[in-house]
Design a protein around this ligand. Structure first.
Ligand code: GRF
Length: 199
């Protein structure tokens, strides 16, 4: 199975996906920020690493269309958002319906959007975590594939909590991608995702 990974920054989730040595071909890594460190990770592994600077485009729609054009050159079965920090327009999302995955640093539906760790601390939650989900036009609301929970410690700062959640992200994202590649993710009529038994 071929996948394309979209990043914006350091690419530690990309690194985890690469290290998992999944039976998938990472056909390309694309970053909307040309200086993203994650592009170097891809280059070091001989994977096409493509900067596509959103600032060079007059509108979100123009950028999204350019992004679709680059991605579709590789004909991926799955597009993976791994720390991709730019909102994608509805037509982009619909173009990849059912084959666009994201990881979000909270237990959705709690804390969609930004600053999830600080908000979790401010609410006093005792359990926090991350969610892998299919992307739909409504931000951070798509069908949930897998979640991982971590304990919130009384002395946590947003940074220490983020580090614990990030370690959990690195465990679950490769798993979710492997399940997709194995054809084990079933999208049910009620919009929920079931994991098919592999026996
Ligand atoms: C992760 O916490 C991801 O969930 C979030 O941005 C961070 C990206 O980290 N949306 P990295 O670039 O994969 O290291």
């Amino acid at each position: 199975m071929k996948l394309v990974v979209l990043i914006s920054g350091r690419g530690s989730n990309l690194q985890a996906i690469l290290d998992a040595q999944l039976p998938v071909e990472i056909a390309a890594v694309i970053s909307n920020r040309p200086d993203a460190a994650g592009l170097d990770l891809a280059r070091a592994r001989g994977i096409p690493a493509l900067p596509l600077d959103h600032k060079q485009y007059a509108s979100r729609e123009a950028f999204d269309n350019a992004l679709i054009e680059v991605i579709d050159r590789y004909q991926p079965e799955l597009v993976v958002l791994a720390g991709y920090l730019r909102i994608l327009g509805d037509s982009f999302v619909m173009h990849y319906a059912g084959r666009l995955m994201n990881i979000h640093p909270s237990l959705l539906p709690s804390f969609p959007g930004l600053d999830t760790h600080a908000r979790a601390l401010a609410e006093g939650v005792k359990i926090h975590g991350c969610t892998v989900h299919f992307v739909t036009p409504m931000l951070d609301h798509g069908p949930i594939i897998v979640q991982a929970a971590v304990a919130v410690h009384s002395n946590d700062t947003a940074a220490t909590l983020a580090a614990r959640v990030l370690a959990a992200e690195h465990r679950v994202y490769p798993k979710a991608i492997a399940w997709f590649a194995q054809g084990r993710l079933l999208l049910l009529d009620n919009g929920q995702v079931n994991l098919r038994d592999d026996s």
